[in-house]
Design a protein around this ligand. Sequence first.
Ligand SMILES: O=C(COP(=O)(O)O)[C@H](O)[C@H](O)COP(=O)(O)O
Length: 320
Amino acid sequence: MLLNDTADQIRSMEIRGAGRIARAAAGALRDYAAGREDQEMSAFRRAMREAAAVLLETRPTAVSLPNAVQYVMRSFAEASTPEEAKAAIRSAADSFILSSHHAVEWIGEIGARHISDGDRILTHCNSEAALACILTAHRQGKEIEVVATEVRPRNQGLLTIRTLNDAGIRTEYIVDSAVRTFINDADLVITGSDAITVNGAVVNKIGTSQIALAAHEARTNMIVAAETYKFAPRTILGERIAIEERGAEEVLDPAIAAGLPNVTVRNPAFDVTPASYVDLIVTEMGAIPPVMACIIIRDHLGWGIEEFHKAFEIDSSTQE
Ligand SMILES: O=C(COP(=O)(O)O)[C@H](O)[C@H](O)COP(=O)(O)O
């Protein structure tokens, strides 16, 4: 698939979910590099930088996207010919994609240990990582039930209930505003994440923070399932996560909106759940309390910080 097609599909949400977006971006860079016929490294580098920028502009919130792009882009920093660079990019992109699949499997295994026989789990949106925990627990023979939200306005809940239905898991499908009505019936909330900040705050599909609030009030544990590439390295440097605001037409029919000149539709796609409302973050490295987010960032994404220093010509060796 061409790079611009992948970018369009991410923008239009044909490819969606932070993990899938990251893998698609890594694959798109690999294929784009393979198709280049530059003789000079400078031309190749320029083309790759432009390609990376096209992907980075598609959706602003899921930090897995810049993390995947950076992972691939830094792989050819030392290459001296385009051929060498292409080989390095292929290997980096393939290894990112493979390790991303493995990470989801590991999260499933670790997350399933937090699910008990007889549990009723509430989930929101459509997260591979969250579903991995639920599906693994089900495969282990635990009798579980799920309450899945609709997820207005894009109805990602439909994807979730199809997967759960196909796996044979008994599921109740509810509108987003019914969460507080059903939270007392739930033993556990499990969601995915698009970004986790240095202070352990979780950025995920709009509505997640309301669910966390309801879970907190009901003393229901809230688990977030997230690969380490969902942690945002630059939040350690004070950078904020941009919350994507999507078009009004996703919420209100433009023909109706046209007759309501005093009404402005707001459509933020994500929200922020404070760390204090999250009991555990399940990563492929293990389950951690949200306060340990900075350790994951330091140990697994430290290069994101090094690159920031380079970009601003700060020599980290001279820093005390
Ligand atoms: O909020 C969403 C998807 O939002 P959208 O549908 O707007 O992309 C998911 O919960 C996270 O991306 C995690 O998903 P995963 O665990 O699959 O990476």
